[in-house]
Design a protein around this ligand. Structure first.
Ligand code: FES
Length: 120
């Protein structure tokens, strides 16, 4: 069933917007101009994952000899970090970075006439 969430203009980059639908808590977030919606239940021990920090993945820069040249923040790869045990999840795929067996439940937000909807 399709549910109205909010006006598209209410969403701010990397700021979680919360909604309760059909008994589920869902976090809706704008990241790099894409809207994502995830259940606020961590697949590890059901922590409130949407309350965690949203941050760019830190990658190592390597030279041609595979020696480290320091790190950098990847603007294309953004993670949400569960506040309970620190598991990091890719906001696009929902997969846990350290252990892909843990995957966030995601929904597919739709924008119609400037309004955001989620189907559950
Ligand atoms: S409950 Fe989220 S990392 Fe453990």
């Amino acid at each position: 069933m399709e549910h109205y969430v909010c006006e598209q203009t209410e969403l701010e980059e990397r700021k979680m917007y919360y909604v309760a639908l059909e008994g589920l808590e869902i976090g809706v977030i704008l990241v790099n101009d894409q809207i994502h919606a995830i259940e606020n239940t961590c697949p590890h021990f059901e922590g409130p994952v949407c309350l965690g920090n949203v941050s760019e993945r830190v990658r190592m820069r390597m030279d041609e000899n595979r020696m480290s040249e320091g790190d950098y923040h990847s603007k294309e790869e953004v993670n949400v970090v569960c506040p309970w045990h620190g598991f990091e999840f890719d906001i696009k795929s929902g997969e846990c970075i350290a252990d892909p067996q843990f995957v966030l439940r995601k929904f597919n937000p739709q924008v119609k006439d400037g309004k955001v909807y989620i189907t559950i």
